[in-house]
Design a protein around this ligand. Structure first.
Ligand code: GSH
Length: 221
């Protein structure tokens, strides 16, 4: 039996939960090792050896260490092509390119405004940090424009890269999950776009993602 891969970081982290969703889709065994960020364990010299930027997640598979959640997901799909969801990263160069295109759209266009909103609307109140209404408004506007593009795309295809659920869709789950449960205004950014809202219902209903959300909601051990 293969040794489980190791993921370092709390499931509540959006980047960690992206990797967890991928592992569950691919049915790859893993061990989640908590990194206590309030105690700044992610900045310890020991941790910096596997994640030199001092962020979560870090990942280990035997002697290989990796960081960057999207790169870890691609690695898992390439290594375990025949396990679990075989279509997650496509099966031919054209489909892979389309998946990569939408993973890039997530990383370069969706991630910035949605992360800023997750911080302002979810983590700032949790850690008693003052919210900035200007930043919230600005990023709601930015995200709405990004989602206009998604709405058009999702009018013509069921998922971002075509008719199958792929890594491109999966990559959006962590930030969107927080936002649709944050405030009416943030949720409205998704509900007001018919196809985006249909897509969200489909991707967030996957068993793999429901398990990740359960992990996020589990009381600390
Ligand atoms: N691009 C990185 C982002 C990692 C990231 O920003 N992680 C956050 C938690 S979601 C973190 O570690 N923040 C603490 C810090 O930057 O010091 C990835 O996708 O892995």
């Amino acid at each position: 039996m293969a040794t489980p891969v190791k993921v370092y970081g709390p499931a509540a982290s959006t980047a960690v939960s992206r990797v967890l969703a991928c592992l569950l889709e691919k049915e790859v065994q893993f061990q989640l090792i908590n990194v206590n960020m309030s105690k700044r364990e992610h900045k310890s010299p020991e941790y910096l050896k596997i994640q030199p930027f001092g962020q979560v997640p870090a990942f280990q598979d035997d002697s290989i260490s990796l960081f960057e959640s999207r790169a870890i997901c691609r690695y898992l799909c390439e290594k375990h092509g025949n396990r679990g969801n075989k279509n997650l990263y496509g099966t031919n160069p054209l489909v892979k390119a389309s998946i990569d295109q939408w993973i890039e759209a997530e990383a370069q266009s969706f991630n910035q405004p949605s992360s800023a909103l997750v911080f302002q609307l979810v983590f700032a109140p949790k850690f008693k940090i003052k919210q900035d209404e200007g930043v919230i408004k600005q990023n709601e506007e930015k995200l709405s424009k990004v989602l206009d593009v998604y709405e058009k795309r999702l009018e013509e295809s069921r998922f971002l890269a075509g008719e199958e659920f792929t890594l491109a869709d999966l990559s959006h789950l962590p930030n969107a999950q927080y936002l649709v449960h944050a405030t009416d205004r943030a949720r409205g950014l998704f509900t007001e776009k018919k196809n985006v809202w249909r897509w969200w219902g489909e991707i967030s209903g996957r068993e793999s993602w429901k398990k990740v959300v359960d992990m996020q909601n589990a009381p600390p051990a």
